[in-house]
Design a protein around this ligand. Structure first.
Ligand code: APR
Length: 320
């Protein structure tokens, strides 16, 4: 049986890391697409040349032509510009919306059966626009943010509790921005919810609040350190986790920017929610019940996302 085909639209920092991870994990043959001539070809060749040492046979190629993504099973989109220090993700909206139009049309024309994972920021608005431009079924287009935000939260919690990251679960809802909602009630160490750990004296509420804030600012912290771009190792790893869930029909329960119509009181919009990802794409949105405070934070996040979607409609009248 032929290997699955993975198309990576955007061969920058995240795109290159995605290709390397997909190769090492032998998830499939990889096509890197980018408008920058030589970049996808160079990265593909460099990664292919790591094959003998790493021991993979997956094929790597680079292209500037959408025809080469034909028949892709998975498309992961990172095309666009990342932020620089002092910029918010929302500052990228105008430029990246234009990029989503060309990428969406490329996927529509050449890989309409793919499971599409968008990473380009501002995430929730870009995944919505990408879905509109591509016309693919909603369950086959989603955005990577929740896995990354939860991973950051889990990392900080594991450091605080001095336990393995594997034993920490975390739950982050809402848009991928300053308004994201890390839900402490649903985050645990080996099943023990964080509020109980505070009561047990493992940490203090102040420390927990600081970790929640650091999670919200997780992307900006890295932009501030790198100065020339944004995070790429953890974002790529998170998207690969989602792609693997689809390709292997794992039915993973993962938070992602999914189309929600009915659940959580939402009517037809993309925002970060817990989902089940399997061979059908986003197979289910989990309709959790929130407390009053959590609901207020979530509503605030939803309005921020809605504001960005409205701004997209203002920029491109075909979306209105
Ligand atoms: N089509 C295809 N590729 C494009 C297009 C386009 N229309 N426009 C830009 N690109 C390519 C660039 O040539 C570049 O190689 O997208 C790539 C983006 O790579 P980087 O600048 O290295 O950015 P990266 O760190 O990978 O982040 C990409 O993900 O997390 C988000 O905010 C981040 O929106 C940004 C995206």
């Amino acid at each position: 049986m032929a290997r699955p085909k993975i198309a990576l639209i955007g061969a920058g920092q995240i795109g290159g890391t995605l290709a390397h991870l997909a190769a090492i994990k032998e998830l499939g043959d990889v096509v890197l697409f980018d408008i920058s001539e030589g970049t996808p070809e160079g990265k593909a060749l460099d990664i292919a040349e790591s094959g003998p040492s790493e021991g993979f046979d997956a094929k790597m190629s680079g292209t500037q032509s959408y025809e080469d993504i034909a028949g892709a099973d998975v498309c992961i989109v990172t095309a666009g510009v990342p932020r620089k220090p002092g910029m918010s993700r929302d500052d990228l909206l105008g430029i990246n919306l234009k990029v989503m139009k060309s990428v969406g049309e490329g996927i529509r024309d050449h890989a309409p059966n793919a499971f599409v994972i968008c990473i380009t920021n501002p995430l929730d608005a870009m995944v919505w626009a990408l879905r509109e431009f591509s016309g693919l079924p909603h369950e086959k287009v989603c955005g990577m943010a929740g896995v990354l935000d939860s991973a950051r939260f889990r990392h900080f919690l594991a450091e605080e509790f001095q336990v393995s990251m594997r034993d920490v679960t975390a739950f982050v809802l809402g848009g991928h921005g300053d308004t994201m909602v890390p839900l402490t009630r649903y985050s645990t160490v080996a099943g023990i919810p964080l509020p109980d750990l505070v009561k047990m004296g493992w940490t203090t509420q102040e420390k927990l609040d600081a970790i929640v804030q650091r999670t919200r600012d997780g992307g900006a912290e890295i932009v501030g350190l790198l100065k020339t771009g944004s995070a790429f190792y953890a974002p790529a790893t998170s998207a690969i986790e989602m792609a693997e869930a689809f390709l292997k029909d794992q039915k993973r329960v993962l938070p992602c920017a999914a189309y929600v119509d009915g659940a959580l009181g939402l009517k037809g919009m993309y925002v970060g929610v817990p989902t089940v990802i399997g061979a059908g794409g986003v197979e289910k949105v989990i309709d959790i019940k929130m407390t009053k405070d959590e609901q207020a934070m979530f509503d605030n996040s939803v309005s921020a996302v809605q504001g960005l979607v409205d701004a997209c409609k203002g920029i491109d009248s075909s979306l209105a």
